[in-house]
Design a protein around this ligand. Structure first.
Ligand SMILES: Cc1cc2nc3c(=O)[nH]c(=O)nc-3n(C[C@H](O)[C@H](O)[C@H](O)COP(=O)(O)OP(=O)(O)OC[C@H]3O[C@@H](n4cnc5c(N)ncnc54)[C@H](O)[C@@H]3O)c2cc1C
Length: 472
């Protein structure tokens, strides 16, 4: 079994750390932020200092795939999360029978186990603390990688890390889970490696988020999807732990007129103007300001360039490998899937052959999580372009059959119980659009029921109405 150092103790680092330690590896997770997880959900929310994760207090929803992986791979985290008040949430229990066709036994797969981000991370941290072979060291930042030379010309082999304090930790494998701003490429080039191939663009969205709590622990009734497009804005309504939930208004970063949403009164007024979600703010706010996030990048790194790994002995997981605009709420589930794939690969591939290991990690990543990244990116680009067209008063019609069929599926899902479940499989991160559309007859049914999706009744305010509300 191997000595493994994991850089970063966020969702990807903690799930990787536990999975690898429980497989018998000797694992050390190094996390730059010093603060330990607080004992209560309120303290986790109010006072856990996690400045290493920009989105720590931004709205989060943990998709059903995340719950499914917890139950199969790390069931004690489910116990910890529920002890901290995490919510089991199944939309199939909440939608009218006309949409669902009545609850079916198989609908249990759509249960999410969700919580505010600090609360879910505290549950992961608690389970880590009871995992033999796993040492999570907080307040330790990695500043450089160590190498014992090149395995091939210009391909350094990594054998450990150096911390900010100058300590060196040697390892058979370094796993980088340092998140969307990981400095892995810089650390690699400092060793003389070629830079990984990076696709990078500002996703172009802005988030204006707030959290609320009900008096009686209930969650507001569901009257539409958790992520909804309303003309030139989208909303997220994300149930959480202990009768809390997060709400976000998502805009195009170009939309200067909507920057006024940073003001609490403007945000509230605007939210109340969106009929099917307005009731979500009839509750106690948990914050007295609007949390804002912009410059959220879509980034993808390939560590095999021209058929050759840029380095060996170091593998990137979760957001360090790829991340997108998070409106679909998939990052944690995809990161966890990636961590499971890493654990599984190390069961069959030898750390003693680092070149093969790096190559196979690249292949496994491409085969398993890459399709989810590409599908998310595709959705994001279209939705942003649709918003930007709406700002200019134009109809968005890119002539892209994939966008058309995706939108048609969303419309058709409301009219056919089987298509509703197919659509939910995508939302739940159990499948990519291609997979649910593949069975014979599905596309035909989607087209029959959803091709006229542009003519569906809309509850969105017009652009003029929206600007009037925002302007007060
Ligand atoms: C606005 C926003 C909303 C989101 N909403 C959702 C959602 O609803 N659902 C969902 O599933 N996902 C969501 N995500 C994505 C989700 O937060 C990420 O996918 C997830 O956190 C990735 O985990 P990670 O471990 O890769 O990175 P992170 O959780 O960011 O953790 C990285 C860790 O590495 C540490 N670190 C960095 N550099 C070093 C270093 N040199 N040495 C030591 N430690 C280091 C950091 O301190 C941090 O703790 C959202 C993201 C954003 C930006």
């Amino acid at each position: 079994m191997a000595r493994i150092v994991v850089i970063g103790g966020g969702v990807g680092g903690l799930t990787s750390g536990m999975l690898l330690a429980r497989d018998g590896h000797d694992v050390t997770v190094l996390e730059r932020d010093a603060a330990s997880p607080p004992d209560t959900p309120d303290d986790a929310w109010n006072s856990w200092d996690r400045r290493g994760v920009n989105q720590f207090r931004m709205v989060h929803f943990f998709a059903p795939r995340f719950r499914a992986l917890l139950e199969s791979e790390l069931p004690d985290v489910v116990v910890e999360a529920e002890a901290l008040g995490a919510l089991r949430y199944n939309p199939m229990r909440l939608v009218p029978d006309e949409m669902s066709g009545g609850y079916r036994d198989t609908d249990a797969e759509f249960v999410a186990l969700t919580a505010r981000r600090p609360v879910m991370e505290a549950a992961l941290a608690r389970a880590c603390a009871r995992t033999p072979g796993l040492d999570v060291r907080r307040g330790v930042a990695v500043s450089a990688l160590l190498s014992d030379g090149d395995v091939a010309s210009g391909v350094p082999n990594v054998v450990g890390v150096r911390t900010d304090a100058g300590d060196e930790l040697h390892a058979d494998l370094v796993v980088d889970a340092a998140g969307r701003r990981s400095s892995l490429p810089a650390m690699l080039t400092a060793l003389g490696a070629r830079a990984p191939e990076e696709e990078l663009e500002d996703s172009g969205f802005m988030y204006y988020g707030r959290h609320f709590r009900s008096v009686d622990g209930s969650i507001p009734p569901l009257m539409c999807g958790l992520l909804m497009p309303w003309g030139t804005v989208s909303t997220s309504t994300l149930p959480g732990d202990n009768g809390t939930w997060g709400l976000a208004i998502i805009t195009s970063a170009k939309d200067a007129a909507l920057r006024a949403l940073r003001d609490v009164d403007t945000w509230m007024r605007t939210w109340r103007a969106l009929p099917l979600v307005a009731h979500w703010v009839d509750a106690e706010p948990l914050d007295d300001e609007v949390a804002i996030m912009a410059k959220i990048e879509d980034r993808h790194r390939s560590f095999v360039v021209d058929g050759l790994p840029v380095a060996t002995g170091v593998l990137a997981v979760a957001d360090s490998w790829a991340c997108t605009n998070p409106s679909l709420g998939r990052g944690a589930a995809i990161g966890f899937m990636h961590a499971v794939e890493l654990r599984d690969l190390l069961r069959v591939a030898s750390i003693d052959f680092p070149m093969e290991l790096a190559q196979r990690w690249h292949e496994v990543t491409e085969a398993t999580v890459e399709p989810y990244y590409r599908a998310t990116l595709d959705f994001d680009r279209h939705r942003l372009a649709e918003i930007d067209a709406g700002i200019e008063g134009k109809m968005y019609d890119p002539g892209d059959p994939q966008w058309e069929i995706g939108q048609a599926l969303t419309a058709a899902a409301a009219k056919d119980p089987d298509l509703f479940r197919a659509w939910l499989k995508i939302i739940a991160v159990f499948a990519c659009p291609d997979e649910v559309l593949a069975p014979p007859g599905v596309v035909q049914k989607v087209v029959e029921l959803g091709a006229n999706w542009r003519d569906e009744p809309s509850f969105a305010p017009t652009r003029e109405e929206l600007l009037a509300v925002v302007g007060g």
